[in-house]
Design a protein around this ligand. Structure first.
Ligand SMILES: Nc1ncnc2c1ncn2[C@@H]1O[C@H](COP(=O)(O)OP(=O)(O)O)[C@@H](O)[C@H]1O
Ligand SMILES: C=C(C)CCOP(=O)(O)OP(=O)(O)O
Length: 266
């Protein structure tokens, strides 16, 4: 069986430079594309994850939530960040549902716990049971509780990488991960898109990888590539593609020629 994990980047579904500004027309097109993918390959299982974009990153920065909470002000901030990511997820979920996609929103806050900003424990049974019921789990970058510092942020990239590993170890699925964002792929130092990143050329491309150009607390392109490279070594192919190009997501998920960056074991 095949399982595709699709990250809809906050950079794609919001205007990351304008606080609390969603891109509903982009969400609608992506919803149509995902619907088309399902029709083309009804046996394909899907997990969708959406980034926080200019919703959660704004408040996460304001309250420095990634570094934890002690004061009542910081605790309230943690809750407000959660509310912001829920707001964006609700907008996206509505659009996906209107297109006929059977998505269920599953808040990562209820499935994971961290310690010193590292994922400590997770329970993905809600995701697994939803998949088994032929629903599409819809997860997102969220706040999570942290046993050492109170709370922190769990990015969609980290969560999807964990989910990819979780399902890989069940030996039931061939897994791919596709990250669609507001960039053409991973660029080298000259601005040219790197078509393939593996362990062998990572040291050459590393210097070109930077933070996000927008308000972003979870590490930008460098962290993204590091996390995807780590799971690619388990045999999970990861694509970083431009979600603004119509049908690029369709092409990547269905294994057809795709413009962007492929992160692969060899
Ligand atoms: N080498 C690079 N190639 C492409 N984008 C890069 C690179 N270095 C830094 N970036 C920046 O990283 C950002 C993408 O990361 P991020 O904002 O976290 O995306 P998303 O919201 O889609 O997860 C963009 O602002 C992009 O300009
Ligand atoms: C609460 C927050 C800030 C979650 C961040 O999620 P992501 O890191 O996955 O969001 P994007 O970069 O895709 O916007």
């Amino acid at each position: 069986m095949e399982l595709a994990l699709i990250k809809l980047g906050g950079s794609l579904i919001t205007d990351k430079d304008k606080p609390y500004t969603a891109r509903p027309e982009v969400m609608q097109r992506l919803a149509r594309e995902i619907n088309y993918i399902r029709n083309q390959n009804p046996n394909l299982k899907l997990i969708i994850g959406n980034g926080a974009g200019s919703f959660g990153h704004q408040s996460a920065k304001k309250y420095n939530t990634i570094e934890g909470f002690i004061s009542p002000y910081e605790k309230l901030g943690f809750c407000l960040v959660h509310q912001d990511v829920l707001d964006l997820n609700l907008l996206l979920a509505k659009i996906l549902l209107q297109t006929g996609l059977p998505v269920v929103s599953l808040p990562p806050l209820t499935m994971a716990i961290a310690k010193n900003k590292k994922l400590l424990e997770s329970n993905f049974s809600s995701v697994e049971n939803s998949l088994a019921a032929d629903l599409i789990p819809l997860v997102f970058g969220d706040v999570v509780l942290d046993k050492a510092i109170g709370g922190t942020i769990l990015s969609t990239d980290t969560l999807l990488a964990e989910l990819a590993k979780y399902f890989l170890f069940q030996n039931k699925y061939k897994i791919i991960l596709i990250n669609a964002g507001d960039y053409p792929g991973v660029r080298d130092r000259n601005g040219k898109v790197i078509s393939l990143i593996t362990k062998s050329n990572y040291s050459e491309v590393e210097a070109a990888l930077g933070l996000s150009h927008s308000v972003d607390v979870t590490g930008g392109m460098k962290k993204k590539v590091e996390e995807f490279l780590a799971i690619s070594s388990l045999g999970i192919d990861c694509w970083i593609i431009d979600g603004n190009i119509s049908d690029n997501l369709v092409q990547a998920v269905l294994g057809k020629p795709t413009s962007g960056t492929l992160i692969r074991e060899f």
